[in-house]
Design a protein. Structure first.
Lengths: 350, 326
């Protein structure tokens, strides 16, 4: 079936309303960028999921990052997306203007050269991310050990993708199918969705990031729902293997072990976080128990947005009290957050 | 030799640096008088602009901070319809800067100025504490011939929107250097005199022009739509992007629509002159990748026809264009 036929089918779909969750923020961005919402039937609703690591990071973690950035002898290294996330008071971006030592990193491995060059400075990496980025943090520890460096620490807020999907399937039964993340699946493999597909009898389909690939996945999910099947399909098989990247998973297992993690909007989900193992505790900068989340203004609906219960535009703060320049909720901050993407694309429908 | 605070003292070291580097390479009849201000013969309508350059690294594939400082200001004059004539150059040097590197930058400025047909007629140098950094400010003056009028206010529905070449090259080059990613992507930093000459010689009716620098095409199109009172619609499939930059963006989660160039210009021309303009541009060295990318319409805002046949809004850049983290 070629792309034209797929688009025609999805445009003309007039069956029961279907809700499909794209778990990953990069998929959300690609869906808006390519105008997918404008070429499919209004009866197929695409909703954004919890796959933006910045959006699900609790306030206590941001506060701890700011504490390190202000601590004498310390430098906080972070990805750019974290800079504007509001903590209890201020953000990394704001305190940088007050002299806090915050440096943007493009890759965590940059810390090795920095730590060697300034042995009296402690470099704290704001280690945020899903399974995709975790191996790079493991490699930092491996390299630091090899180089005998003791001035590198990791403040982790690392998450795994399957437990929150299980949680969402349990609480949001009207989501008909899931577009599974491409990058995370490279590491974990398409196999990890089998148990969920079986338990909830829903389609889980792994997608690449090109619009043609996403449309093919939406088509597959709509057809599966119509045929009442709920299977795992891997439509990104040139990149994602069934078993994933075993080498990357081995290094994750060597340095990290699962534990409960706080998800903004969802609460604490057992075994959904990754923490530095006991024998490597020297690297940890106090990542346990950073669960407290600020009392968000009760009008803010970030918590409902990341589980697809509300569209960003249904939030009363959206576009008024909360914009990309002055974000209030975390979903507006990140380039992969649903609210920010909606704002910039005005909902994606013209 | 390294730059020290003495080079900024105004004393002997300062004058030696002046003579051995700046006066030597920038030499021209106005500058050589070495007085407190350049005296220029000017008449008619004048365009005047200024810009500061703080790029790191100082040297990159396809250019350096000096070439950038000349081209950036020259291009700002060109897109207003002016013929660039004179530049000033202010240098802020951090102590520890290698004098050989400074000289390389100055020679590069001289070459770029020659290519752009401008003379550097005034300058200043200050030294500050630091660790080897170099910052340059250039101001430029150009003459606007006859009744030439180039302004966003001239845009009208039906005008054609033309881009002079590939998006994102400068941004991708600088980011590659900072991230130590080895590739062949070169900055497109260049003075765009040849493009302007080709358009004027071809009698193309130009409504407005903008050089596509920080904020990228998406931001600049929005500014144009706002100030012109027109809507702009572009076609995704017609946007020129090299395979290397496209691949780079796809790995890092960047969008070429919001990446900076330093040698590309957006040109709005009368709809009837679209083909003539693209053909004229493609015969030039700096416009060989020119493409018709869209049209001005009644209304406001910027929209894009996407490759899969969808339509979407194109907004301005918010924050910095940063690589994604997952």
């Amino acid at each position: 079936m070629d792309l034209k036929d797929i688009i025609k089918y999805l445009k003309e779909y007039d069956g029961p309303e279907i809700k499909i969750m794209e778990v990953c923020g990069t998929h959300t961005a690609s869906i808006f960028k390519s105008g997918i919402r404008s070429v499919i039937s209004g009866r197929i609703r695409l909703i954004s999921g919890p796959g933006c690591p910045v959006c699900v990071t609790p306030t206590a973690y941001i506060d701890k990052c700011m504490e390190y950035a202000l601590k004498p002898g310390h430098v906080l290294l972070t990805f750019g997306d974290m800079m504007k996330v509001p903590g209890t008071s201020g953000s990394l971006s704001l305190i940088k203007g007050d002299g806090a030592r915050v440096e943007l990193m493009y890759s965590p491995s940059e810390v090795i050269a920095k730590a060697k060059a300034a042995p009296d400075t402690t470099y704290v990496i704001a280690a945020v991310g899903f399974e995709t980025t975790v191996p790079t943090y493991a490699l930092v520890m491996e390299e630091a050990i090899a180089a005998g460096l003791s001035n590198i620490k990791l403040l982790t807020a690392l998450k795994t993708i399957v437990p929150p999907l299980d949680w969402i399937c349990g609480t949001e039964p009207d989501i008909g199918g899931f577009i599974c993340p491409g990058h995370v699946s490279v590491i974990v493999g398409s196999q990890v969705y089998e148990a969920l597909a079986e338990k909830y009898h829903k389609p889980f389909v792994v997608a690449g990031f090109e619009p043609e690939q996403i449309l093919a996945v939406i088509y597959d999910i709509v057809r599966q729902i119509g045929g009442q099947t709920g299977e795992v399909h891997n439509l990104y098989s040139n990149v994602v293997r069934t078993e994933g990247n075993v080498k990357a998973r081995n290094i994750i297992d060597k340095y990290f072990s699962p534990g409960p993690a706080m998800w903004r909007g969802l609460g604490i989900i057992p075994d959904s976080g990754l923490y530095i193992r006991g024998e490597f505790q020297g690297f940890d900068a106090g990542s346990f128990g950073l669960d407290r989340d600020a009392e968000l203004n009760e009008a803010c609906r970030c918590g409902e947005v990341i589980i697809g219960r509300a569209d960003p535009s249904e939030c009363p703060m959206f576009g008024t009290a909360c914009t990309p320049q002055e974000p209030y909720g975390p979903c507006m901050v990140s380039s992969e957050g649903a609210c920010g993407i909606w704002y910039k694309n005005r909902g994606g429908i013209i | 030799m390294k730059i020290s605070m003495a080079h900024g003292s105004g004393g002997k070291s300062s004058s030696e640096l002046m003579a051995q580097i700046f006066a030597k390479h920038f030499s021209n009849s106005v500058l050589d008088r070495m007085e407190d201000a350049a005296v220029l013969d000017l008449s008619g309508r004048i365009a005047f602009t200024t810009d500061s350059f703080v790029v790191t690294p100082i040297f990159f594939k396809g250019g350096d901070i000096g070439k950038l400082a000349v081209c950036g200001t020259v291009n700002d004059l060109l897109v207003m319809g002016a013929e660039p004539q004179y530049l000033s150059a202010g240098f802020i040097l951090e102590e520890g800067l290698d004098v050989d590197d400074l000289e390389k930058v100055v020679i590069s400025m001289k070459k770029a100025a020659e290519e752009a047909g401008v003379r550097i007629v005034a300058g200043d140098t200050k030294v500050v504490e630091g660790c080897g950094g170099l910052y340059i400010n250039t101001s430029g003056i150009g003459r606007i011939p006859g009744d030439r009028s180039i302004s966003a206010a001239n845009c009208k529905p039906g005008d054609a929107v033309i881009l002079s070449g590939n998006l994102g090259d400068h941004h991708a080059c600088i980011l590659s250097a900072r991230m130590k990613i080895d590739n062949e992507i070169k900055s497109d930093c260049a003075p765009l005199n040849d493009i302007m000459e080709a358009l004027y010689a071809g009698g193309v009716r130009i409504s407005a022009m903008r050089d596509v620098t920080r904020g990228g095409l998406g931001t600049i199109l929005n500014e144009l739509a706002d100030t012109s009172g027109c809507a702009v619609e572009i076609d995704e499939t017609s946007l020129p992007v090299s395979d290397e930059v496209r691949g780079f963006c796809s790995i890092l989660g960047l969008d070429p629509l919001y990446m900076a160039n330093e040698g590309k210009v957006l040109i709005i021309v009368d709809g009837e002159d679209a083909d003539k303009a693209v053909e004229a541009l493609r015969r030039t060295a700096h416009g060989s990748g020119a493409a018709l990318i869209g049209h001005a319409l009644e209304g406001g805002g910027v929209t894009m026809l996407t490759a899969i046949g969808g339509r979407r809004h194109v907004d301005v850049l918010y924050g910095e264009g940063l690589p994604r983290i997952c």
